[in-house]
Design a protein around this ligand. Sequence first.
Ligand SMILES: Nc1ncnc2c1ncn2[C@@H]1O[C@H](COP(=O)(O)OP(=O)(O)O)[C@@H](O)[C@H]1O
Ligand SMILES: [Mg+2]
Length: 232
Amino acid sequence: MGLEYIIAGVCDYILEINGRDMNKGFMVVFDGSNGAGKTTVIKSVEKYLSSKGFDVLLTREPGGTPIGEKIREVILDPSTPEMSFMTELMLFGAGRAQHIQEKIKPALAQGKIVISDRFDAATFSFQHFARGIALDTITKINDLALAGFSPNMNVILDLEPSEGLKRVHSRGEGLDRLEDEKSEFLIKARNGYLTQAQQAPEKFVVIDASQSKQKVLTDVIKVIDSLLDKHG
Ligand SMILES: Nc1ncnc2c1ncn2[C@@H]1O[C@H](COP(=O)(O)OP(=O)(O)O)[C@@H](O)[C@H]1O
Ligand SMILES: [Mg+2]
């Protein structure tokens, strides 16, 4: 057996190990109407994954980085209802670009499981389906922000917005600028998630969030387990 053959074998082995480490990281997004149970589910999923020994990074949009959190404050500030739709869209894009570069990609490269409370599907739901900004415009800004990146799975917690708002009210919190929109707007956003899920079934799972917390979590864990089978 020649030296070259042995070196080639060692190189293949290193590539395989690196490949496995790179593949281990994946990103799952929880999205849907306010009050659908995203925060509740994410906390339980984090516990589940940590108990199995996985390294989990929790993040959110808008936000996720120091710059992104400042942008979040500007986007959600109820005292500035005059914000133009285009300004809003570009702020979301700016925050997302920073989020991916500063936080998400490095975490995935370290093999972490990234869980985000909202991501780009929300931009399509709220800015396109609800606000009515042309799909083409959203896609341009989003493509610039994503630069080819895409999360592995979007889990949509589907709930009638009025039910979600009831839950939010019972949480005793005030509404932010987007939650404070008319119910028609929130219904369009909800339908926007469902439309996206129909159009890209390989990237979306819809879960009935009107079920009990326990049942929702059971459904979510099934999705997480199948992602672990694929990437873990
Ligand atoms: N499946 C559920 N059934 C009933 N109430 C729920 C359910 N999931 C969450 N909640 C409650 O609804 C409220 C909103 O949930 P939360 O997880 O904060 O939603 P989101 O993060 O999507 O806005 C919380 O008080 C939470 O305890
Ligand atoms: Mg929440």
